[in-house]
Design a protein. Sequence first.
Length: 472
Amino acid sequence: MRRLSIDLKLRLALRVAAIAALCCVAAALYALFAADRAAHARADFIAEVLAKDLALQQDQSRWISNVPHRFPDLQRVAAVVTDPGLCIGYRAPGGEIVQRLCNGAAPGDVAAPKLFAALYRTIFNTAFESARPVFFRGAAEGEAVVGIDPQILTAQSWRETSRLLAVMACALLALCLLTYAALAFALRPTRAVRAGLERLAAGDLSARLPTFDLAELSAIADVFNQLAGRLETTLVERNTLTRRLIVVQDEERQHLARELHDEFGQCLAAVNAMAVSAGQTAARECPALLPECQSIASTAAHMMDALRGALLRLRPPDVEELGLAASLEGLVAGWNSRSGAHTRFSLEMSAGIEALPKDFAASLYRVAQEAVTNAVKHARASRVILRLCLQDDAGSADRRPHVELTVDDDGKGGGDYPALKTGMGLLGMRERIAALGGRLSLETSCLSGLKLCARIPVPPLPRHPLDVGKAA
């Protein structure tokens, strides 16, 4: 199963975003802790001020006896302290709250979401209060108590946190976009690396990578160029060796065909002649031997037909003399005559085939011959179509015309008959086509069988010495 691949720029940008999001969460938590400490410190400070003011009120009631005075008077401090949700009070020595004043919520404050409120109450102590003793004549007379309403405190924390998170979200989005843009700019050379690899995978061994600014990519480019150069050299040497082997193979086939024709063919002709002669003698003197003599003659004739077919495959017609089209027509006609009504062979050719170089045409004939033979042996087809098409691929990488040779059949597919993919015939075709600089592929045929397709570039025509002299 193929794993889902993610673009490198997106992956790096997501990792940066994840790290930045963690930093934002840490910053938000730090802000909450700082706000909580500030609230405690503010409550402690107001409690100190309130305790001193209440102590001053006690002193004023002692020294100014003719003036009516109400104790405790929290309005004196409440008029100065206007923090939202702040509650001040006085706890008597008996523990009861004598007086308590609270400020309401600030305009615009909204209740915090339940999830945030529950999380905030879990982390922080929202029901805290700050108490300071009120001293009168050196003894503690009650306590000044300061606290903050938990709901208002949570709402204030949510307001500050939501603002901070909104700013951080915008900053995070901007950071992701800038990071992605920066990575896309920095990784632009990888497109050239990918294009070079695609050209190399397509068989264009002349592909080379330029020198990059990044040291890592420059090292990759150096290794890629060295590998492509070695592959190109190896392929040239391999194709040269293959062409030499093919020439030797063709010469050996011609030699073998000559030996079979001169030696084995003559022997079969002699056997057939002696069988006919023996049959004539048997007809006169011993009629019982006549069927055996006729059987020997029939066997010799069958072997002669098989020999003719083998000689035709070993030594094809002279393509240089007859031309490629006539040779292929003869190949198809020969298979039609030998197969009878079991398999029907047909030939389709485009214009311009006769203008191909003679050596190249001979190699094409060999490829077509082997392809048709494979279709007959392995496909068990009732219909075989041989197509030869000349295409002018001016827009291709090498800007050379190509010959596309295909053999379609309606027999067994290559997946159902693995012997076709591993046979020596297909291997020989691959070697011959590779030596010509082409590619061989096996596909499913439109006839529900197998389609063998060879795409071979046409070599340039050899220039005549007179043409060279005129050009000079």
